[in-house]
Design a protein around this ligand. Structure first.
Ligand code: ADP
Length: 430
């Protein structure tokens, strides 16, 4: 036995009152007691705490005590630890079943407080029980194997039912989001349309720069509506991507023209930012098959992020080349960069690295915050085109500005595909 001050007993028991009683009795005897409330926890805890004895309640939820015992016997370091079933199952054969499963003994419940410490001491001292007759042993073993398989079958059925239910609930959720987004978009379009109409009316006084004037307020309403529309659009897109319902209008697309159009939009919106744009290899890229509007949206998200996370005076470089049967685009900025452990997570929904209490809503201002959906949508859109997106950066540093490089791979169509009408003029960002 190990040299340590107190002997350690692991008690696997899901009934708190039984656990408390046994714990009290054993602590009074000087043992250290650790309670695990289910089998999976016991399997995880046992090798860590290396108990001198395990007391196993048989009737626990999930994996039962027999199964946990059998499994424990194949866990490193647990082959020789005495495991004693403590159970209210006292029918004929229950003792044998426990021994067959790998237990070394059997103590019926409710425990007898007076004799329990002696029973525990005996097992700690080396007492081991066994099923005496070989015929009985074979019979119980067969019985136990059958029970294990039946239990497995039952669990698989339960999982299948749970899976079907989750699938149904998920579909209801998606349908709801899709419907709600459509319903929200209709009034938003009306608000935006009428606000634009009012803005074009010469009777509206003031200017959009003149704080407090009617025109200034109207412009604020128009901007906020546009932004809200974009957020609703992102939420809708994510639901469609999740549900595999994204309809792509595939046509021949020239990525070079798409990038040029995105850059035109962005430079118009953020004309006050002192940023240099550089492009290389984009004009020579061959046609790909894709949804021009969706690809425009994806590229817009990545390039506008490069603008957002690069301070004034920085550079954004966009390159394109053909590698085997793939177009490889890169969007490289000289911005604040992204830490290694964040580089995968930024593609998760609602993942923003900025402190949301300092949120500034802007698509082009330096570190202007968003909802953290842009890259999730982008990843979904690129993958729906059979492509991949990832980022490389030497970490985040607002002083050193290590920058980030987003890589996008998009497959080229099969060699013999025949495409004649490239889509060169996708929807402008609005
Ligand atoms: P948001 O709409 O909030 O910008 P995104 O999904 O587009 O969300 O981006 C998620 C997070 O990834 C951003 O909040 C930002 O912290 C980080 N990020 C994205 N692009 C860059 C970049 N080019 N440089 C640095 N950080 C970036």
């Amino acid at each position: 036995m190990k040299q340590k001050e107190r002997l350690r007993i692991l008690y696997v028991e899901d009934d708190p009152s039984s656990a408390t009683l046994v714990e009290r009795v054993l602590r009074a005897e000087g043992y250290e007691v650790i309670v695990a409330t289910d089998g999976v926890t016991a399997l995880e805890v046992a090798p860590r705490v290396q108990p001198d004895l395990i007391l196993m309640d048989i009737n626990i939820s999930g994996m039962d005590g027999y199964e946990v015992t059998t499994r424990l016997r194949s866990v490193e370091g647990m082959q020789r630890v005495p495991i004693v079933a403590v159970t209210a199952a006292t029918l004929r054969g229950d003792r044998e079943r426990a021994l067959i499963a790998g237990c070394d003994g059997y103590i019926p419940k409710p425990i007898n407080v007076d004799s329990f410490p002696d029973q525990v001491r005996a097992f700690l001292g080396g007492l081991r029980e066994e099923v005496e007759s070989p015929e009985e042993k074979a019979k119980y073993l067969e019985d136990y194997s059958r029970r294990l398989v039946e239990h497995l079958e039952e669990k698989i059925r339960e999982l299948q039912v749970a899976h079907a239910e989750l699938y149904r609930i998920d579909r209801i959720k998606t349908d709801f989001i899709v419907l709600a987004s459509h319903e929200l978009r209709t009034p938003l379009t009306v608000i935006y349309g009428y606000t634009r109409l009012l803005l074009s009316n010469p009777d509206i006084t003031g200017s959009i720069e003149e704080a407090g004037s009617p025109r200034f307020f109207l412009n604020k309403i128009a901007e906020a509506t546009k932004r809200l529309n974009r957020v609703v659009g992102d939420i809708l897109d994510i639901s469609l991507i999740d549900a595999n319902k994204l309809d792509l209008a595939m046509e021949p697309v020239l990525l070079g023209s798409l990038v040029a159009s995105v850059m035109r939009n962005i430079t118009e919106m953020g004309s006050d930012r002192q940023l240099t744009f550089e492009v290389e290899g984009l004009e020579d890229l061959p046609l790909i098959l894709g949804d021009a509007q969706r690809l425009h949206q994806a590229l817009w998200n990545v390039i506008s992020n490069a603008v957002k996370y690069t301070p004034d005076g920085g550079k954004i470089r966009i390159t394109g080349r053909v590698v085997e049967r793939t177009i490889h685009l890169t969007v490289q900025d000289t911005g604040i960069g992204i830490d290694q452990d964040e580089q995968k997570r930024i593609f998760d929904r609602f993942y923003v690295l900025e402190d949301t209490s300092l949120h500034r809503s802007s698509k082009t201002a330096f570190k202007g915050g968003g909802l953290g959906l842009g890259l999730t949508v982008t990843k979904g859109l690129i993958e729906a085109h059979g492509g991949r997106i990832w980022v490389e950066s030497d970490g985040r540093d607002e002083e050193r500005l290590p920058g980030s490089t987003f890589h996008i791979l998009l497959p080229l169509p099969e060699e013999n595909a025949d495409h004649q009408h490239p889509a060169t003029d996708p929807l402008e960002e609005s």
